[in-house]
Design a protein around this ligand. Structure first.
Ligand code: ADP
Length: 357
């Protein structure tokens, strides 16, 4: 043991929560605190003079100075290794290695922490997450099957109520006309809900393949799908030159369609004016869909993206409360994100980001 450690008391660094060692340039232990002795199962004062390899043999087995140098450099940040107790049992440890101040002979202070418990907690977390994923998958499977299988009987109910309405309107009494109208309206809404639920469950079931495509073409396709709504509302939809991106194109069409569709639906008194633009940071393409509609209060910025959350009753605006939840899911699948900025009464800007690939 070199002279300057000889005077270290047996309770050196007793109250430090980590095991602490001083190791010389040859890998020999010069001092160990009581916590280190307990952690590795040695008697007091038994460790000094022993080789550090005894405690952590993996990195030091080869006894190569160079290997040790590399390891020490890495361990400055904290690395995970297996520690070996005196009885030969192993435990997971995190060690940090720092050169001893003032000495240039390679001696260092080593802090060692038993992370078995932490590892146990991480393993439990992984287990719980796997369970959660399985139950989510089961739920999604259920939503998919239920909405898919409901379509068939619904189609039958819808076509027969429509037939009733066509054939018997004005031929029965006025109550009958009213009841049939309710039934037709109910089936129409149920159809919409089932279609949206199917879209939502599909958006969570793995993304379609990524392609390189012009996002402008995706927007144009969305606008074609919205043609009737655009014509009826006389909405003016404009857009800047939009970039070529790598993503699942059909999903991006869906996002544009939901956002522009909402911008038309939640219009105020004025004719809807909608503008789509894009900008880039180094990591993302950020698209923005701005409208001059009724706007959203800041306290609802998060809530509108949750499934079935609507800020308006059906009497005011039709809808299922699924559209923005679909957008959020799609963007999560694509490694992107979506958010809104708005001023009540002055319109909203929905932004969504796709990673630059
Ligand atoms: P839906 O339109 O079917 O209700 P969404 O998930 O698309 O469902 O939207 C959720 C809610 O967010 C809507 O009910 C509406 O209150 C609000 N919202 C969405 N887009 C806009 C918009 N452009 N302007 C104002 N409010 C909006």
């Amino acid at each position: 043991m070199s002279d300057h450690f000889r005077g270290l008391p047996g309770d050196w660094l007793e109250h430090v929560p980590d095991a602490m060692l001083i190791v010389d340039g040859e890998g020999k232990i010069e001092a160990a605190n009581p916590r280190a002795e307990r952690l590795f199962g040695y008697m007091p004062r038994e460790l000094p003079g022993q080789s550090f390899d005894l405690l952590m043999p993996v990195q030091f087995g080869a006894k190569e100075g160079e290997e040790r140098g590399e390891f020490c450099a890495a361990a400055g940040e904290g690395v995970f290794v297996a520690g070996i107790r005196k009885d030969g049992t192993e435990f997971a440890a995190e060690i940090s290695w720092s050169a001893l101040g003032g000495s240039d002979d390679g001696s260092a202070t080593v802090a060692i922490r038993d992370i078995t418990e932490r590892n146990g907690a991480a393993a439990q977390l992984v287990e719980k997450m796997t369970e959660l994923r399985h139950s989510n998958e089961a739920l999604e499977q259920f939503a998919h099957v239920a909405s898919h299988d409901l379509q068939e009987p619904l189609r039958m109910v819808a076509s027969y109520t429509q037939l009733l309405s066509k054939r018997y309107r004005g031929k029965l009494d006025s109550d009958a006309d009213e009841f049939i109208a309710y039934a037709v309206d109910g089936t129409r809404r149920m159809k919409r809900l089932i279609e949206d639920l199917l879209l939502y469950s599909r958006a969570g079931r793995g993304s379609p393949p990524f392609r390189i495509f012009r996002s402008e073409a995706a927007l144009q396709e969305a606008l074609t799908n919205l043609r009737t709504a655009i014509e009826e509302s006389q909405a003016l939809v404009t857009y800047d030159a939009l970039p070529t991106v790598v993503a699942a194109d059909s999903q991006v069409v869906q996002v544009f369609q939901n956002l522009v569709g909402n911008a038309i639906k939640y219009r105020g008194e004025a004719t809807p004016q909608i503008h789509v633009s894009a900008r880039t940071t180094e990591e993302e393409w950020i698209f923005s869909v701005a409208d001059n509609g009724i706007g959203i209060e800041p306290r609802f910025y998060e809530r509108v993206f949750e499934i079935f959350q609507r800020l308006h009753g059906r009497g005011e605006y039709e809808g299922t409360g699924i559209g923005l939840a679909i957008c959020k899911r799609i963007l999560q699948q694509q490694g992107g994100r979506i958010w809104v900025e708005s001023e009540s009464g002055k319109g909203s800007v929905f932004h969504f980001a796709l990673p630059v690939r």
